[in-house]
Design a protein around this ligand. Structure first.
Ligand SMILES: Nc1ncnc2c1ncn2[C@@H]1O[C@H](COP(=O)(O)OP(=O)(O)O)[C@@H](O)[C@H]1O
Ligand SMILES: O=C(CO)[C@@H](O)[C@H](O)COP(=O)(O)O
Length: 562
């Protein structure tokens, strides 16, 4: 039996809770997944959430996440993970969501009975939450609150300068303001508020964990310039909010404390196992790869995000800047789309003609998308077909739900059309998602000539899809090509496990190693990433560049209500 130390990484994302174990040499040994809809059907979620379209509201039940934690650890144990070897745990949570703890929560967390499940002791009637729901990042119910945030400081540019982002519906500050306005009596009873990441960390710690230095940037409450709470924005959101939010852990990799006795007794964790900070799922994803300047990660989870690391703080209302989770001199650049996976699935199902069930539900969609001429090839000679598909209201740009199809003539005139053939729909949804990323990442990419990423790395559920891979490479380019993380594990949970390993092994004694050096020493490309596309295709990339202006104009018209 091996005594080699293990590190756990968790990812509490929209549809699943994932947990994996790695060794100190960063090799994965186990992975288990709990899928909320199918494994915990009693909560009645669809794709991990409850939706109230009339209110534009999207929430998730907190008790479901708690039950999922015991379930995933039980599965790890059954699969043979020796928790006694685990020296460090870190994790990640879907960003922006908040959890509202009542006054008795801290006490209950500190004396959990290992003979009973977590949900029995924390959730349900008589549980420790003042609100049993967590607002989800897909929620769009806070327009009035977003307006209040921007008005308070003098507009979206100013707010982006202070917090790294303009006001967004899903950001925790506007969400807390709405919670306070709707349920003032529940707010009064709330003693602490966690993010999803610090909530999950609290479970392992047995007390309420501090918020992480990167994930805190998804709240519209953190002043990036002084790296402290913005008192003005806290005061706007709700009374006495600072004490409810608690501390922010500004020291990356800090040992927050030993694992709670519950996990020692119930699962056999080592008493000395260290809990490191848990961050947001996007910041955690950038830890799964040794990112170089001009590398872009596209995370194809439920949301679609484009992530890059940059040393420069150059805020804009068009994108997000977050503190880097481990490197004090760096920022994470992010674009986040909510019409990602679910919008692609919707078009896939709408264009399906085949009634036979295949093992690959994407087969027909992919064949159609790949056999249709790229818009970037046709734009000079015939009408290029541009389609925008937002089954739910979008974040980037902030517009209502709808579908829009246009023909763009070679001279750039736009003509709205009612329908496309199914192959064009399949290709157009992938192209418009990629064009939007190209347009908005341009300020970062244009520091190189031509304005392309060095490498495009794909991670997340859809990263194995060849049509998505192909189109992203054609539109965005990628001087060294398009790669997929190929370690079998989920990138976000993997980034968290690397963080745990670094927090324990890389930060021993006086000679503390930076996270990047720690990973680079142990990380070899072979067997970890696989090249899945060439990226830049001469002529095609330029063709997509030619329609960027028309794409921007279409977005402007949609924003005006067309
Ligand atoms: N072969 C595929 N092609 C396209 N999309 C896929 C494929 N396999 C999975 N997906 C998408 O991946 C999504 C889930 O990705 P995942 O990274 O697990 O999400 P999350 O972390 O948000 O729970 C699903 O909604 C599904 O649409
Ligand atoms: O809102 C954002 C980022 O701002 C989303 O990216 C969430 O963090 C959810 O992520 P997934 O469940 O899709 O991974």
């Amino acid at each position: 039996m091996s005594s080699e130390p293990l590190y756990l990484g968790l990812d509490l994302s929209t549809q699943q809770l994932k947990c994996l174990a790695i060794t100190g040499s960063l090799s994965m040994t186990h992975e288990e997944i709990v899928t909320f809809d199918s494994d915990l059907p009693q909560y009645g979620t669809k794709k991990g959430v409850h939706t109230d379209p009339a209110m534009n509201e999207v929430t998730a039940p907190v008790a479901m996440w708690i039950e999922a934690l015991d379930l995933v650890l039980g599965r790890m144990k059954k699969a043979g993970v020796e928790f006694g070897r685990v020296r460090g745990v870190s994790g990640a949570g879907q960003q922006h969501g908040s959890v509202f703890w009542g006054k008795e929560a801290e006490g209950v967390l500190g004396r959990l009975d290992a003979g009973r499940g977590l949900v029995e002791q924390l959730g349900g009637d008589g549980g420790v939450f003042t609100w049993e729901r967590s607002p989800n990042w897909q929620d769009h119910s806070t327009q009035a609150q977003c307006d209040a945030f921007e008005e308070r400081v003098g507009g979206e540019e100013v707010l982006a300068g202070i917090t790294g982002s303009k006001a967004h519906h899903r950001f925790t500050g506007p969400q807390i303001l709405r919670f306070y306005q709707r349920f003032p009596e529940l707010y009064e009873k709330t003693s602490r508020i966690s993010l999803v990441s610090s909530f999950l960390c609290s479970m392992f710690l047995g007390r309420i964990a501090p918020v992480d230095i990167s994930d805190v940037c998804g709240m519209n409450l953190w002043d990036m310039r002084s790296n402290s709470w913005s008192q003005e924005l806290l005061d706007l959101a709700a009374p006495d909010l600072k004490s409810r939010l608690g501390d922010v852990e500004v020291q990356p990799g800090k040992h927050l404390g030993p694992v709670s006795g519950y996990f020692v007794e119930r699962y056999g964790f080592n008493e000395e196992c260290v809990i490191a900070p848990f961050t947001g799922d996007n910041p955690s994803t950038i830890l799964a790869l040794p990112l170089r300047p001009l590398d872009a990660i596209i995370s194809l989870g439920t949301s679609t995000t484009l992530l890059m690391a940059t040393p420069t703080y150059f805020p804009s209302p068009s994108y997000h800047l977050f503190n880097h989770p481990t490197d004090k001199g760096l920022y994470m650049f992010m674009l986040c789309y909510c019409n990602g996976a679910l919008a692609r699935e919707k078009i896939r199902d709408e264009i399906a003609t085949s009634t036979t069930t295949t093992s690959d539900p994407w087969k027909e969609f992919n064949e159609k998308a790949l056999s249709t001429t790229p818009l970037g090839k046709s734009s000079k000679t015939s009408d290029a077909k541009l389609g925008i598909y937002f089954p739910i209201p979008e974040i980037v740009p902030n517009v209502r739900a709808g579908t829009w199809r246009y023909n763009i003539s070679p001279t750039g005139e736009l003509k709205k059309v009612e329908s496309f053939d199914s192959g064009t729909d399949a290709r157009a949804i992938l192209e418009s998602q990629a064009l939007s990323m190209r347009l908005r990442a341009n300020p970062l990419l244009s520091t190189s000539t031509p304005a392309q990423p060095r490498r495009v790395y794909l991670v997340g559920g859809a990263s194995k899809n060849p049509a998505i891979t192909k189109v992203l490479g054609q539109v965005l380019g990628g001087k060294e090509g398009v790669y997929r993380l190929d370690v079998g594990g989920n990138a976000c949970a993997l980034g968290a496990a690397y963080y745990a390993a670094w927090a324990v092994e890389g930060r021993k004694g006086k000679d503390e190693e930076g996270f990047e050096d720690f990973v680079a020493e142990r990380w070899e490309e072979g067997g970890r990433i696989v090249k899945v596309g060439e990226g830049y295709e001469e002529g095609v990339w330029e063709g997509y560049g030619d329609v960027l202006g028309a794409f921007e104009e279409v977005e402007r018209r949609i924003g005006m209500g067309e």
